[in-house]
Design a binder for this molecule. Structure first.
Ligand SMILES: C[S@@+](CC[C@H](N)C(=O)[O-])C[C@H]1O[C@@H](n2cnc3c(N)ncnc32)[C@H](O)[C@@H]1O
Length: 227
């Protein structure tokens, strides 16, 4: 059992009210597998950037099969809690000290050449749930570029984002609180994803079968990756 204090949960209040985080986490992992076209994560190495606490809760408390799971976070308190309290040897947690205006204002600027603190490790599945939803375009591009260096050739990237039709490219839903909800057009997001060395395989709209996820995008590594 992993008992996570509610104060560490970063999901929106409506998602928290829907079901225990371990359950919404399980639904999201199952949905991601469905989109990738695999039955489950058995035997796979998973990297979860902006992990929060939910997937660790789901993996441990809903007995999700996988080979390994690395959760990366800018919030040190989350990493410290999970490192100290999660005894499942398949899971590990890493602090990524990059700047985020809400979650980690004191971090260093994220750049395309920022090194992810996971050594040279490579992963089969890389995911970001409700993370690009909170990034300015420059940081979204840097994150996608940094992650590209850690995917196996046969691997997949799955992430959610707030996507709207229009020709605005990028806007903040709440301009007074930048990155509280960063909104993209699919055209700009596609440009950013491709510039970072990924190829989009599929795009799906928000809330499939009532599952609490924004629009979601499945990618594979493009053959040529940026230096
Ligand atoms: C809305 S929460 C989602 C947490 C988790 N993915 C989930 O679905 O339950 C967004 C998380 O992303 C983290 N985050 C934001 N920018 C990040 C970055 N550049 N690197 C790592 N974590 C980041 C935040 O600290 C926060 O915990």
């Amino acid at each position: 059992m992993l008992i996570v204090p509610a104060r560490l949960n970063r999901n929106s209040p409506d998602v928290q009210q829907m079901a225990p985080p371990a359950d919404t986490g399980l639904w999201l992992i199952e949905y991601m597998c469905e989109r990738i076209g695999i039955a489950n994560l058995t035997g796979l190495d998973v990297l979860d950037l902006g992990c929060g606490v939910r997937f660790a809760d789901a993996i441990v408390n809903r007995a999700i099969a996988l080979n390994s799971y690395v959760g990366i976070e800018v919030e040190r308190e989350i990493v410290d809690f999970l490192t100290d309290n999660c005894t499942d040897p398949r899971l590990s947690f890493v602090h990524f000290d990059v700047r985020h205006s809400i979650y980690n204002p004191g971090g260093r600027k994220l750049r395309d050449d920022t090194v992810l603190p996971v050594n040279q490790n490579m992963f089969d599945v890389i995911c970001m749930f409700s993370v690009i939803t909170h990034q300015i375009p420059e940081d979204a591009r840097a994150l996608l570029t940094v992650l590209r260096r850690h995917v196996r050739d046969s691997g997949r990237l799955f992430f959610s984002a707030t996507v709207e039709e229009g020709d605005f490219g990028y806007r903040e839903m709440f301009p007074e609180t930048p990155t509280a909800n960063s909104v993209y057009t699919l055209a700009l997001l596609t440009q950013i994803v491709e510039a970072a060395g990924w190829r989009i395989l599929s795009v799906a709209g928000q809330h499939p079968r009532g599952i609490p996820i924004q629009d979601s995008i499945l990618c594979e590594p493009a053959l040529c990756r940026p230096a």
